[in-house]
Design a protein around this ligand. Structure first.
Ligand SMILES: C[S@@+](CC[C@H](N)C(=O)[O-])C[C@H]1O[C@@H](n2cnc3c(N)ncnc32)[C@H](O)[C@@H]1O
Length: 193
């Protein structure tokens, strides 16, 4: 009995360490997207009921749940096992479990052939790697929403400037944010907040 409390504390400490350090070791610490920003991203992507939505590095599953609430089939891939468990639990508790699938692993190893919308809240350090990954794996016509990070050589289809969210459609036309802004000024592309 006297051993039970230290044992529980030890297990909690290990889980806490895994929670913090697995994402850090992956190179992208867990920083959840704020709910208003999630809605901005889903609006920008024009996510529709029945579409398949991927969150690459889904953290605690909050983006998946928001996508499922819009009627999408939401697939999350997450390298941290504790985040995977929490994401699955949250999806069940919020009633979104039937539409949410959480896969444990490295998202670079997963296929995206059925993706309509791909969401990524990553880090600029991995921009080139993600760009190569998407160029190889994103299906024709898929939309990609990127939080904070724009991709050189790719012209966004739309930008949420306040939210710093970039939307690309595959295969993205050659260009960049600058060429997008010039077109926007000329009234030739979709204007967003
Ligand atoms: C900035 S957080 C974003 C979490 C969630 N998408 C959100 O917006 O709230 C990045 C997440 O990506 C995960 N991650 C980083 N690299 C990964 C990889 N190669 N494969 C799977 N998950 C990864 C981290 O563990 C972390 O949970």
């Amino acid at each position: 009995m006297t051993l039970l409390l230290p044992l529980v504390l030890l297990v909690l400490a290990i889980l806490g360490l895994l929670w913090v350090f697995v994402p850090i070791l992956s190179g992208i610490p867990w920083v959840p997207t704020r709910s208003a920003r999630i809605q901005q991203a889903l609006d920008l992507a024009g996510l529709q009921a029945g579409e398949t939505f991927y969150d690459l590095g889904c953290g605690d599953g909050r983006v998946l749940i928001a996508a499922a609430r819009r009627g999408a089939r939401a697939v999350g891939i997450e390298i941290s096992p504790i985040h995977c468990l929490i994401a699955r639990l949250r999806a069940r508790l919020t009633g979104a479990g039937g539409q949410v699938v959480v896969r444990w692993g490295n998202f670079y190893r997963f296929d995206l052939h059925d993706a309509d919308v791909i969401f990524w809240y990553g880090h600029s350090r991995y921009m080139a790697k993600m760009q190569a990954h998407l160029a190889a794996k994103a299906p024709h016509g898929a939309r990609f929403v990127s939080i904070n990070i724009d991709f050189p050589g790719w012209q966004p289809e739309a930008i949420h400037k306040q939210g710093l969210i970039f939307l690309y459609r595959f295969p993205p036309p050659a260009g960049d944010v600058h060429s997008f802004l010039l077109l926007e000024e000329a009234g030739a592309v979709r204007k967003n907040a």
